[in-house]
Write a protein that binds this ligand. Sequence first.
Ligand SMILES: [Zn+2]
Ligand SMILES: [Zn+2]
Length: 1296
Amino acid sequence: MEPLLRDFPSASAAELLWLQEVLVSVERTVLPVAGHAGSCAGGLVLAVIRTAQRALGLRSDTLPLSYRLVSVAELLARQRTPCCSHMTWSTAQFRVWAQAGERRAAGRRALPRDNLLLIGRLMDHRDAGPDGAAVHDGSLSLRDGSGALYCEVLQLSPDWLGRLMLFPGWTYIPQVAMGVGQEARGYLELSAPPLPLHPDPPMIPDPGAPPSLTSAMTPQEATALLRERSRAPGVRVAVWGQLSVLCPLLAIAGRTFFCLTLSDRHRGSSVPVLVMEPALLVWQRCLGVGDWLAVTGLRVCVLRSWGRRHVLCVTPQSRLHPLDGPLDTDTQAEGRMETDTQTDRRIETQAQAETERQADRQTDALTHSAYRHKRSKIIDYKGVVSRVLNAEAGLYEIDGQVGLCLAYQQVLNCGRGLRPGAEIELRHVHFLFRPSPHFPLTMLCACLRTTLRLGGFSAVGSEFTPFDPRGSPAVRFLLERELSVSDFLWACHCVCALRERLCPRFVKPGRLLGGAGGGAAGRFLRCVLGTVETGRRPERDIYREMLDEPHSCPLVEYRVGPPPCQSPSMRELCDLGVSLCWGSMCLSSLLPPEAPHLTSAELNLPLAWSVHCKPSPALRPPAVLVGLLGVCVRSGCVRLQDQTGCVDCVCVERGATRDSALTNPAWIGCLVCVQRFTLLTERFLQTDFPSWAQLDQPQYIRHRHCRVYIQLCVDDVEILSPSAAMSASRRGRERRGKREEDREVEGAGERDGTSVPVPEQDEGRSAEQHRETEGAVPAGATGLEGEGAGRDRERAGSRSRKRRAPSGAGTEQRGRGLTSAPPPPPPPPCVSLLLQVLWKEGLALGTAGFVAAALLLGGPRVWVGDPRDAETDAEGGASTRVDLQFVGEAVRWYPFLHPGCLYSLTAPNTADPSVLSVSPSVPVRTGAQSPAHPSLPVSPHWTLQSLTRPEVCQCWETGVQSVSDVLNSRDPLSLVSFEGRISQRITLQEEKGKTPVIQSLPSDLDAIVESGLRMRLTVCDLLCPWLCVQLYADLSQRPYPPGLVPGATVLFQRVQRKVSRAGNVYCRSVVISCLTVMQLGDGNTGEPQSLSSSSPSPPAIRHLGEWAHAAAPQCVVGQLRGHVVCVLFLELRWTCSLCGSVFKQDSCTRNYPPCNSDSGVFQAVANVVVEDGSAEARVRLSTPAVLALLALGSAQWEGLQQLVRVRGHLRLFNRGRSAESRQGSVQCDDPLVQFLSLLCSSPSVCRSVGLSCRLQRRPPTPGHENCQLRRFTRGDREFVTKMPTALQLHCAELTD
Ligand SMILES: [Zn+2]
Ligand SMILES: [Zn+2]
C-alpha cells in the first residue's frame, strides 16, 4: 500500500478506500497469473490504474473510482443476466451502439452497462484431465487467479496470447443450464482489443523464421513440388499466396486440425495446407478469406484418406507472415484487383440471394412433381442473426428471412457469439431454396469448407443456448445415417414437435432427448428414417469435402418436396380424421343400387351410420404417431395420448395363427411410435331425405357428428420408452432366455469344451454405435501419413485394442455373475396370485367398475422381489372359482382381461398372503343366474401381469362358442359367449318416446353426443361365413365401444341367446354383456347386396338341390345358374316415399289421415320359378332384378313407369304355365296387362339366368321335415298329400 500512496499523495478517503479494494482484488485474482518474476501487487495495481486511465482518457492523478475490479469466478457465480463493460466509449457512443443493436434484433433490450475492470490472460487452450494437460481445441479462454472463462473475439492477434491484459470492452453472457445437475457456464465476447498491462516484451529473434521470404514458393510451384513423389525428408518449404479456402476447426479422434488453401488466382493454381500443430490452431481465428500471407516451415505429407495425395503440413517451426499483397511483382496489380472485387461481392450477396430466389420460384412454378433433386449454389453472405431457431441443432435465422444450418460443420465453440443481433459473415456457404416446408424458404447451409466469422457482437441481452452436436438427437442421427438436408430439417422439426407435445407432462425432457441412443426422440428418428429412402451417399470423406476441386459435399445436392412422413399430434390426428370423413362422404355410395326405388324410411336407414377407414400408409404424406399408451378408466378403452389430446385405440396383438385382443397390461405407460395403423371415423347422421332425388340437398341432414379413433396391432408398434412394467418384463424374458441358452450351451460346452458366449445387450450396442459416431465427422478421418504417421497409426491401433479389451472382459465378468460387487439392498416382498379369467362383464355408464370371473390356480404366494423375474408355476390341483371386482383405478386393467388368459395379480410391498385371500361376499352387480361365488375386490395399487403359459391355458375350456354353435345349440342356457365376424351393422330406429340423443361419456370435456346407439350386427361364423346370427345391441347405457365395424372379429361375452316366434335364433346384448374386438375390421361393407360383404371373394356357386336338402342352415347365400320356368307374380307400383301408400299421378292416395307427400318411388316385385336341374325354387325379385328379368330397354322401362304412374299400381298373377291374369280377367283388354303377360311368358324372360340369392327363412315344421300337406281335387275325389315346402330364395342380383 505504501508504494501506491507515494504515487497518489493527495488521495482522498474515498480514493484510499478504492485503492485498498483494488489492491485486495489484484492480490487475489491478478497476482497468481501475473507470472513475471518479481512482480508485486503494488506494481500490478499501478499498472492496472495507468492502463485504465489510458483507456478512459483520464489524467494521471485521477483515479477511475466508478470502476470496480471483477474476477472470473465472480462473473460465473453471481452474474445471472448478460452485462457489458465499455471503458473507451462515451455515453453517447454507447447509446448509438445500443440503439443500433436493438434495431437489429427487434423486440429485445440492449445490454445493461456496468463499470467493471476485467484483467487476465488470454489463452488458446483449456486444461483438461486430472494432470492439467493442455488441450488445444481451438478454444480461447480468459484466465485469472480465480478461474477461466471461454471467450470469443472478432479478430484475434497472435500477440495477445499469454499476456496479462486489461479488457476495455466485453460482454458477459451467462449460459442457460440445459438440464438438472448441469453446470451453468457463461462466456465473454471481447468487442474491443485488449490493452497489455506491461509494455511489449523485447523482440526475441525467432529461430524458426527465415531471414526473408524470398525463397517462398508460389502455389503453382508448390503444386509442382507436391506432384514429385520422391522428396528428401526433413526439407522445409515456404509458400505464399492468397487464402481462398479456410476450413473450420475439426476435432476427430482426439486431434484438432484445420485446412486452408493458398491460391494464386492469376495462375489458376492452389495448394492445400494442413494445420495440425496444437499451438498453431489459433491461426484459424487470425485469418480471413482473401488475406495474403506466407507460411514457412512446411513439410510434405501423404494424406492416406485423401487418395494418398500430397499436401503441405505445418510443423512446430512454421510461422505465419501476413502480407499486404502478392510478393511477386507480376501479380501484384492483379491481386489488388482481386481483393477489391472480393469486397464488392460481399456487399452484393444479399441482392444475389434475392435474384436466385426469384429464379427458383420461377422454376418451381413450372415443375410440380412431388420430389425434385436440385443442386445448391455456393455464395458468400453477410447478415445479422435475427433468431435462434433451434440452438441444439445449430439452426439460426438471419435477417428475418434466411435460415442458417450449421449442423454439417463441427462447431467446436458451441455457437458462442451467435446470438440475435450478432453480425455474421459466411464464405463459401451453400444456398438452398425450400429444402423443408418447416423452415425458412431459403436456407444457408455450412459445410466443411464454409468459413463463419463474426463481424460484430450482439448489443442485446439475448440468452445463449449452446449448440452441442453430440447432445442433439437430430444431429447425431444426421451423422449416423448421413441424412440429406431435407431429412435433417424434418428430423429437427419432429424432435421439437415431440418435445412440445410430450414434455413435461408425459415424458421428462431427459428421457426424450438424453441417453446413449439419443433418448426416445433418437429412437423415433431411427424408427421413422430407417424405413424411408434417405438417399444414402457413399460414406463421407472429410478431406474430399474440404479440399477437392470442384467442391463436393453432402450439401451439393438436395431434395425438394414433401417430408418423408407427417407426425401429427393427437389433436391434429382427430382433426384429420374429421376432415377426411366429411370430405370423402358421398351419400349415394352408402346406399344399395336399388336406392332410387327405396322409400324414405328405407333410404335413411343405411345413411344413419357409416365408417371411413384410412390406413396410415395411404395418408399423404404417411403418418406416424407418437404418444403414451394409457387406459381411460371411464370408458375402459386404450388410448394414445399427448399434451394436445388423446385418441382411442383398438389394439390387437399378433398370435401364432391369428390376431387376438391385447393381453399385456405392461403397455400402459409405454411411449410408443405407431407407424402402421388405420384411422377410422364413424359417421353418425340423422337424415330425413324424402327420396333419392333429394340426396344432394344438405338441408335434409338434421344432425351429424363423427367419432375418430385408430386401430393398430401392437406388434407393429415401436416402443420409444418402455413403462417400468414393460422393462421389467423384458428383463425377465431376457433372463429366462439367457438361462435357457446357458442350459443349452452348458450341455454343448461339456461336450466340446467351448466357453459360454454372452449375448450382446441392446444398450451395449447402441452405446457402441454412439461412440463410433461421437465425432461430428466420420471416424477414421485423420489418416495422415508422413514422418511418424505410421507410428501414430500403430499407437491408435493399440489404443483401440486396449479400449476394446477391458470392455470385453467386463462383459464376460458380468455374464458369469459378478461376485465381488456389493449385494444390492433386498427388494421389498410382495404377494401374488395366479389366475385364469373365465369371462368378464362389460363396463356400464354410471357404475364404478366391473366383475371378472376367474379361476385361482393355487393360493397366494409370497415373493422377495419382483415375481416377474421368478418362474411362475401353476400349482396343480386345487383351483377356486372367484369373482374379481375391479373398482375405481383398477378399471385400467379392463382392456387386458380376456377369457382363457393367465394373469398374475400382485400386491406389492407386503408379505401378508391374507391380503389376497378371497372372502365369500356378495358381488357388486348381480349377474343373471350366476351363483354366488367368493369375491375378491382388486385394489387400485395392485399390479396385473399377463403370463403366456399355453400348457396351463389348456386346463380349462374357455366356453367361447362359434356362431354355428349358438345357432344349433339346444342348451337352455341363455347367456352365451361366442366369437364371429361382423358383416353388417345397421342402426335401428329409436323407439318412440325415448330420448334419441345420448351422451355416451357425459363427463368428457369434449363430450361426444351421438344418437343411433341401438344397432343390429350381422355376425358370421369364422369358419362357415354363410352362417350368421343377428345381434341386437343397445350401446346407449355403456361407454361407446370403438372397432365394431364390418370385417372385425368380435368376442361377444355374456349375451342373451333368444329364439323368435318364427324359430329364428338371435342374440341380444344386456347390461353385463362385453364386446371385445379380437381382429381388426377394415369397415369394408361393400354393397349390401353382395351378401357376403366381409369376404372379398364372391359367394360360392351352389345347386338348388344342395339348398333343398341341406340340414337346416339358418342363412345361406350363394350364386346359382338356372332357367326361369315362369313368372308367378309381378307387381309394379308407385309408392309414396313417406307413408308407403300407393302414389298416383303426383300425389299420395292416403286420405285418413291425409298425406301431402309429393315424392313417390317406383317399385317392382316379382316371384318366379327357377330350376337348375337339381331342384326347383321360388325366387323373389325386387326392383333392379325385375328390370334385369324383364330385359327392357331404358326407354321402354321409362315408358312403362309412366304408364303405371297414371294408375298407381298394377299386379299380374299367373298360375303355372297357362298365363292368366286375375286382374286381367276383368280388364283383359287392357293393353298394358296384355303386353306384360305376353312378355312374362316369352322366351326373352323365361331364359337361362345367373342369380345371387339368399335363402329365405323357412317356417319351422316340427315333425314334418320340410314338408306340408296339400289338398288336391280330381273330379269328385279329394287327395291330401305331403308336398315338400317349396324352396324360397330372395334374389339380390340377376345376370344373364
Ligand atoms: Zn459444401
Ligand atoms: Zn303418403
